[in-house]
Design a protein around this ligand. Structure first.
Ligand code: AMP
Length: 631
């Protein structure tokens, strides 16, 4: 067996040979002539000259050999449905969806925005886009009209695919009203809206624009739509994520590099085998859903479980009952979900036969040690924490136990994954920190491996300036995370260096939340910070200065105003971005040059020392925050 250290070394030193070997995991219509073209850094191109298709690799190529095997297993504890699509069924459904999109005018290179709950049609839509060379842009169903409108304007979709409603904890969450509002707000107007009617929430149809999915599917029951062979570098999708500024970033991914990276990761990281079942509890609106609910497992010929519902409904055994029923071999979830389970009866975890399960993979936010220990002991299975980002599309740090089994360390997200030349640098000097146990910014020496972002949608400048400017003159990608490496080469992630916060694994920009709160007529100024939380990892906390302080001069009035401001955020961005508290102050802590001291506010909220305050304009401002937190 190859040692992992050798495997990793080879991936960097013999980069082209290494990736040419991994590229055999997928089908190529035309072979590539160059593995990696890095002649115009940081715009790296992978498998140049090759043509392929993501949908062909995820669906069509499996039909002759495993057509009758499970491909997509849909389980909803919200609507009490369980539907299984074998590869042949999936092949047919995806072609129907592709035929509909074509009829609605979608062409190669066009964008299709997918705003949907966790239902199979969402996966059909994604795969259908890939099939015809269109780009999907999936927007998380928890986002509301303003978030959605900004994504519509940036991606300019020809068609939006949506549904009447999602459901959460038995409560129907209508989507169509929010979508109509978003389209009204947006400058760009999609030509068509394809609606899946689940019969959960009646909705009006806009004449000439809205089209029902069911009759269209009926019409195209037997339509065959061939895969369009696209260049390896053809963009497969955009996915929006939060950054330092309020404007969301459209992460753009290629086709061939992504397919190769995901297929290889199923083998080396996620311990999968074709014909087995993979279960990721994420949502298709996030990158984990893209890579490890839809594409990764299917590219590797596995069955994937798509689950709509809570982890504790009807009871805390639900996920584990699915592991038993479908003989899940690899499972992927987030620390917050585990913390939710931890509050339930621990017997729920062991009531079912989990013998098929090899490991539980956790990612998306820091995994605290008590939670890691609890789940490892409760399941009696390896827990593999892995660290990555929307930008990279697949893990940067993990334990590649498919190459060589390695010991995990509590609190560490593992070692650099093959293909990633991970380094720590000093924030101020950009110098590499080579000695162990030094805190630095986690960066990746370019080129990034296949599968990572190509650029930001229609914004090459922002891509270069945002990610590639931490070490001038060198091709170095910044993750915007702090990290520390121990003497054994294990890395520990210590949180973001920017204004991004992580609430229950959901990545949010504090600036987006601030912009939303500022739109309330009585808010003059606001600061939002992420504060440590036992269950969600972090929560957003807002401190606002009012135009009319009289509206918060009694506890009752303050509470009412706080509720009204939260409602604004709910309506504009979605409940996912709602701050846990909105507190009122007369002045915000700022430097003499007018910069908000967010880190000092955060430290005070977490009961930590706010550090050097010599530049603060008005020390009483921080005292107000202190008093509110103490009170
Ligand atoms: P997203 O792009 O939504 O996947 O969020 C990426 C960010 O989540 C990273 O930059 C980290 O701040 C955080 N993150 C992801 N995985 C982990 C992990 N395993 N441990 C700690 N933080 C993580």
């Amino acid at each position: 067996m190859t040692s992992y250290a050798d495997f990793h070394r080879r991936s960097l030193q013999d980069r082209d040979g290494f990736w040419a070997e991994q590229a055999k995991l997928i089908d190529w219509h035309t072979p590539f002539s160059q593995v990696c073209d890095n002649s115009r850094p940081p715009f790296t191109r992978w498998f140049v000259g090759g043509t392929t298709n993501l949908c062909h690799n995820a669906v069509d190529r499996h039909v002759p050999t495993r057509g009758a095997q499970n491909a997509l297993i849909f389980v909803s504890t919200e609507t009490n449905q369980e539907r299984i699509y074998c590869y042949a069924d999936l092949h047919a459904e995806v072609q129907r969806m592709a035929a509909i999109l074509l009829e609605l005018g979608v062409k190669k290179g066009d964008r299709v925005l997918v705003y949907m709950p966790m239902i199979p049609e969402a996966a059909f839509a994604m795969l259908a886009c890939a099939r015809i060379g269109a780009l999907h842009s999936v927007v998380f169903g928890g986002f509301a009209s303003v978030s959605l409108a900004s994504r519509i304007d940036d991606s300019e979709p020809v068609v939006v695919v949506s549904a009447d409603a999602g459901s959460r904890g038995g409560k129907v969450v209508p989507y169509k009203g929010l979508l109509d509002e978003a389209i009204q707000l947006a400058a760009h107007k999609p030509a068509k809206v394809l609606m899946v009617d689940r019969g959960l929430a009646p909705f009006p149809r806009a004449a000439g624009r809205d089209v029902d999915y069911a009759p269209m599917r009926e019409k195209h029951l037997n339509t065959k739509v061939p895969c369009v062979w696209v260049d390896s570098t053809h963009p497969s999708y955009t996915l929006y994520t939060s950054g330092t500024t309020g404007k969301p970033k459209g992460v753009q991914r290629d086709t061939g590099g992504y397919a190769v990276a995901l297929a290889a990761s199923m083998k080396h990281i996620f311990l999968g085998n074709p014909g087995e079942t993979y279960f990721s509890t994420s949502d298709i609106g996030w990158v984990v859903g893209h890579s490890y609910i839809v594409y990764g497992p299917l590219l590797y010929g596995m069955a994937t479980i798509m689950y709509e519902g809570l982890p504790i409904r009807p009871d805390a055994a639900i996920w584990w009952s699915l592991v038993e029923k479908y003989k899940v071999t690899s499972m992927f979830s987030a620390p917050t979900a585990v913390r939710v389970l931890k509050k339930q009866d621990p017997a729920a975890l062991t009531r079912h036969d989990l013998s098929s399960l090899r490991a539980l993979f956790l990612a998306g936010e820091p995994l605290d040690e008590p939670t890691a220990k609890w789940i490892a002991e409760s399941l009696g299975k390896p827990i593999i924490d892995n660290y990555w980002q929307t930008e990279t599309g697949w893990p940067i740090l993990a334990l590649c136990n498919g190459v060589e089994p390695q010991r995990s360390k509590f609190g560490s997200t593992g070692k650099p994954v093959y293909g990633y030349d991970v380094k720590l640098i000093d924030e101020n000097t950009g110098q590499e920190l080579t000695a162990p146990n030094q805190k630095g910014v986690v960066v990746i020496e370019g080129p990034l491996p296949p599968g990572c972002m190509q650029t930001l949608w229609r914004d090459d400048d922002r891509f270069v300036k945002t990610y590639w400017s931490s070490v001038p003159g060198r091709q170095v990608y910044s993750t915007f995370d702090w990290g520390i490496r121990d003497e054994d080469g294990y890395i520990f992630i210590l949180g973001r260096t920017d204004d991004v916060i992580n609430v229950a694994g959901h990545r949010l920009g504090t600036r987006e939340i601030e912009e939303s709160i500022s739109s309330h007529p009585n808010v003059a100024e606001v600061a939002v910070v992420g504060v440590a939380d036992q269950l969600k990892g972090q929560v957003a906390m807002a401190f606002a200065v009012l135009k009319d302080p009289g509206q918060s001069d009694t506890p009752e009035k303050a509470l009412k105003l706080e509720g009204a401001i939260m409602k604004v955020v709910d309506e504009q961005l979605g409940a996912v971005a709602r701050p846990s508290r909105v507190r009122f102050v007369t002045v915000l802590p700022k430097t003499r040059s007018g910069k908000l001291l967010r880190r000092a506010i955060q430290a005070v909220c977490e009961g930590r020392d706010p550090g050097d305050l010599t530049t603060i304009e008005d020390p009483s401002a921080l005292q107000q925050v202190k008093d509110l937190v103490a009170g």
